[in-house]
Unconditional design. Sequence first.
Length: 172
Amino acid sequence: MTWEFILKFRLPPDGTAPAGWLDALYEAGCDDATVGVGKPGTIALDFSREADSAEAAVRSAIKDVERAIPGAVLAEVGPDLVNLADLGEITGCSRQNIRKYAAGEIKAAKAPFPEPVHTGNPSLWRLAEVLPWFHRNTDLRPDPALLELARVTSAMNLDIQRQRLNHLLAAE
């Protein structure tokens, strides 16, 4: 199966420009990724990786990047946090229709829409929470493989955040 996901890394502070890592990434097995180097000090890789499971795909990609860029620190894994437009694209519905689900305006939904993890402009939801809600409460049937991937990426991002928080608390 082919899994599509994004990995974002903070680069080591050795002064190497992000584009300087491209050959090393290719040689380490990241030839199945499109690399983005727009933000200084970071690198993002949009993978399309074959593996038996989402977790195997993501973990092997992380190892490949860490092998290519010693000292790189995983900052984020996606897909995870999504807005209403993202959910519309994933479900094949309009953003306005998804907004109606989120606002509780569609009475056919059997349960309240999940709470966002961030309220603002835009509000954000964890894909791993919203996809099962759609499956249980609507006629929409998002791809089960995407749910597997979302569960993996959400768990990894929560671990990253937990490690960052522990580091901050230990420094006090």
